[in-house]
Design a protein around this ligand. Sequence first.
Ligand SMILES: CCCCCCCC/C=C\C/C=C/C(=O)SCCNC(=O)CCNC(=O)[C@H](O)C(C)(C)COP(=O)(O)OP(=O)(O)OC[C@H]1O[C@@H](n2cnc3c(N)ncnc32)[C@H](O)[C@@H]1OP(=O)(O)O
Length: 719
Amino acid sequence: MARYAQVQGSVALITLTNPPVNALSAAVRLGITEAVTRALRDPKVKSVVICGENGVFCGGADIREFAKPMTGPPLVPMISAIEEGDKPVVAAIEGVAFGGGLELALGCHYRIAHSKARVGLPEVTLGLLPAAGGTQRLPRLIGLAPALELITTGRHVTAQEALKLGIVDKVTDQSAQDLAIQFAQEVIGQPLLPRKLSTQLTPCPPDVDTILDEAMARVKQRARGAMAPVACVQAVRAAVNLPYQAGMQKEQELMAFLFRSSQARALQYCFFAQRAVGKWSLSSGAHSGNSKPRPVTKAAVIGLGTMGRGITVALVKAGLSVVAVETNKKQLEMGKQMVSAMLKHDAQKMNAVPRLDLLHYTTDLSELKNTDLIIEAVFEDMALKKEVFKKLSSVCKPDAVLCTNTSGLDVDELASVTKRPELVVGMHFFAPAHVMKLLEVVRGSRSSPEVMATAMHLGKRLGKVSVVVGNCSGFVGNRMLRPYLDQANFLLEEGATPELVDGALEEFGFPMGVFKVSDLSGLDVGWRIRKEAGLTGPNVDPKDPLRRRQGRRYSPLPDLVCEQGRLGQKSGRGWYLYDKPGGRVATPDPDIHKLLEDYRVRHGIRPRQIGSQEVLERCLFALINEGFRVLEDGMAMGPEGIDMIYVFGYGWPRHRGGPMFYAAMVGLPRVLERLEYYQQVHPDVPHLQPSSLLRRLVVNGSPPLDKWRDFLQRPHSQL
Ligand SMILES: CCCCCCCC/C=C\C/C=C/C(=O)SCCNC(=O)CCNC(=O)[C@H](O)C(C)(C)COP(=O)(O)OP(=O)(O)OC[C@H]1O[C@@H](n2cnc3c(N)ncnc32)[C@H](O)[C@@H]1OP(=O)(O)O
């Protein structure tokens, strides 16, 4: 796991060999320890170079080992032995040096990086801190403020920035390994003590306490309830206030606490779940490994509304040539101006040139003859989308892939109006489409494996976390959202206020509670959908009482709010009050409180005191219950897909791992017991009826998440 060679006569070359990222597994740590001991003992060796095989230095500690009992030599003494040795050691960084990989390099006396390499300490994103001396050595090397920033965010740094910051000593466009070998010979005999970071003091500006206090305030505000960033600041404080050994002691104590935390488990689960969803499979046996994507060089976007503009920008930023289509010249010009402005804004931030040359605007669908893939992003209306699809089917080349950006309409119905249903697929983008990382790739019953591969591959090119989902109403994300929204509304009826519900959800870790999000999205969106579904407005069954629809409990509160012209942020009033139309700062509104009080009086509801626990249980467990139904119906590949949809698309706090992971952490018996309780209290709310999968899992001893698939009863996957 580490190769040893002697090169140029006196240089020991130690190569980490653990593909694909040379993670520091027990075997690699053992290999390095033995190789370093050998090099330090061999009188013929005057200096040492450490590098990684296949153009990657090291991706850090082996995250898979964190769930197992620790074996092999620990990292800290291994790195100390390198630093304490009396021969210069040079790290040759190609590819990445992340986490324990960078900590290993910081224990070396010199660091040489390839110009394309990246370095960083991303442990915080896994719920940990750099506990192989990273929190103590990096501040000593580059100073307090930059070290704090890198350690608390986990940000990756390019070789050029690393050189500026002083993390690496040289950057080369040639082989980092060759330069390191040459360099290792040049530094033989030079004093090593100044290169041993543990012997140095952290360079500190006079306002050190202010810097640390501000960093602490920042991390607390940024990641509500996340423990690792807080621990990172505490560890770096130790690098300032304590001698090296005491600082290391503090680093270890903080790591021991984080290491066993549920947050670390959740974040590490997310790391692997994010990668697992990319490895999709269909019931037919087709999967990401055996299905080839079609080449896509030229794409088209139909409709330049909010979604279409965002999708166009995302495609251009990924380097695709795009034809953007609108119905008339005026709309087209408006769309063009906004897309150009968005691209310029983005390019400016990245100090780049906006690729406006990749765009062609037209009102003429016949110009799509040569496009490989078309994304329809017109208004969410089935009749309109069908009309567009019919036209696309006749004007586009026969093998062009037709995608619909819909948040829940039936992909099969759309495919049925084309002559190529096997080339039709759903691509549910989330607004703003050029920013949000999530993409639901919706498999219609006739979508071919090749078309799925094409959509998934395109998602990857756009930098999205793409998740394959089945073609059911609302797909996965929005389908699970409905019970969540219903429960939030019912809680208002029973005595809660929007700020009480939102407060509980924000305390849980959501960036915004459900009512603030609704105000931001616009309350008229849901109002229109409810009207179309016959839940409110002229199509309501006259026999239905006001608080009952289609045989189940219904809350007309959101409709009443809309009827008052309160449409959310855009109208300056929604569930909250805003300083002006378009204002962002939500303040509790006495008018809403009055509306709720009057409503309860009118319906003879005696308000109750409602606590955070009830808010969380009712909103989140109802959503989770629907997640189990999604699995049962075969609409998702597994719990990991659902979790990634919620983490990347709906603001579910990553350190809670996603709804299904959270259910497992809370304990499935507890989730079941609370759902049963609430169902008894609210028998007219079917979505509180525990799913049979949940029951079966509990009866079978609550197996771990990766075994849930074994308990699905119906012929499973609809994918
Ligand atoms: C009581 C206290 C006890 C304490 C004991 C603990 C001691 C720990 C001491 C020190 C702390 C050090 C901690 C760390 O180093 S944590 C790890 C930090 N590193 C990272 O977070 C990097 C994670 N990896 C990445 O960012 C990327 O994978 C990449 C940039 C390296 C490569 O990206 P890409 O080319 O896009 O490939 P993939 O992401 O798809 O990865 C390929 C493959 O490799 C797996 N993998 C990647 N990194 C790791 C890793 N560090 N450990 C294990 N496996 C890793 C990844 O899962 C993929 O696997 P596949 O899906 O099966 O193909």
